[in-house]
Design a protein around this ligand. Structure first.
Ligand SMILES: CC(C)(COP(=O)(O)OP(=O)(O)OC[C@H]1O[C@@H](n2cnc3c(N)ncnc32)[C@H](O)[C@@H]1OP(=O)(O)O)[C@@H](O)C(=O)NCCC(=O)NCCS
Length: 219
């Protein structure tokens, strides 16, 4: 998801944070569950994550191939409030990535619906650069793919990555996504239209891959 669906300049909604971030219902629209992997926990974003996410995601290294993230801590607070509203509307989910042994959000996984009912969706992700190459991506991605297919009910998850984004494309290949083609000059970044690779994971692919992980489809 090189293009972030959040549009700060269009968001004029007053801040209204939920009083608690633990869901009281099993419906993800009412609040995201905690998802525990072997290295990370994924959870709903909290207003207090804004400072850490600003520090992690605003660097040139992280943001060079994705839509510019909010440029201030307050901008991240507004983004976090927006994620809660979009989740409640059934359009989008955004998980904070929290390494085990810490309470700090060091990145995000986002999934947004591309059609009514969330059948086809798009996912995107970003981690602070200190956490690249540590295994946190794959651990979190497995949780998100399970959630998108088994809980939200998506049957197809798309991802777009700028062709020049070596790590983004490498990460998608590694999780078992299939490359479908190149979207020519489809992403405007720093005044330049970039080509993007279109990747997909189908629910059936994912279930098949999980049944043969031992043979190395996801490594
Ligand atoms: C995308 C991101 C979350 C992936 O996390 P990560 O920890 O870097 O991912 P991993 O290290 O597990 O996997 C990346 C793979 O790409 C490979 N890779 C790195 N640079 C590469 C390049 N230039 N060309 C091809 N592959 C490359 C890595 O070697 C690794 O594969 P390996 O583990 O088999 O060696 C992280 O890099 C990030 O936050 N990037 C900035 C935001 C972003 O670009 N998001 C993607 C939008 S689609």
């Amino acid at each position: 998801m090189e293009k972030m669906p959040y549009q700060p300049h269009l968001d004029r909604t007053p801040m209204a944070m939920p009083s608690a971030d633990r869901p009281t219902s099993s419906d993800w629209r009412d609040g995201l569950p905690l998802l525990a992997g072997s290295l990370v926990t994924l959870r709903e974003l909290r207003e207090t994550d804004a400072q850490a996410l600003f520090a992690m995601l605003s660097t040139e290294e992280v943001s060079r191939f994705i839509s510019p993230p909010p440029s201030t801590v307050e901008g991240f607070e507004r983004f976090i409030a927006w994620t809660h509203r979009q989740r409640a509307a059934g359009q989008y989910v955004c998980f904070a990535v929290v390494p085990h042994g810490s309470d700090m959000a060091i990145g995000l996984f986002q999934v947004r619906s591309l059609e009514p009912g969330f059948g086809t969706a798009e996912w995107g992700f970003a981690l602070g650069a200190d956490f690249w190459g540590t295994g946190l991506f794959v651990d979190g991605a497995k949780l998100v793919l399970d959630f998108a297919f088994d809980v939200v009910g998506a049957h197809r998850l798309e991802a777009r990555a700028a062709v020049r984004n070596g790590r983004g494309n490498g990460a998608l290949r590694k999780i078992g996504a299939r490359q479908e083609g190149v979207l020519r000059r489809s992403f405007l970044r720093n005044g330049e239209y970039l080509d993007q690779t279109l990747w997909s994971v189908l629910a059936q692919d994912w279930r098949d891959a999980k049944s043969v992980w031992g043979s190395g489809i996801v490594h």
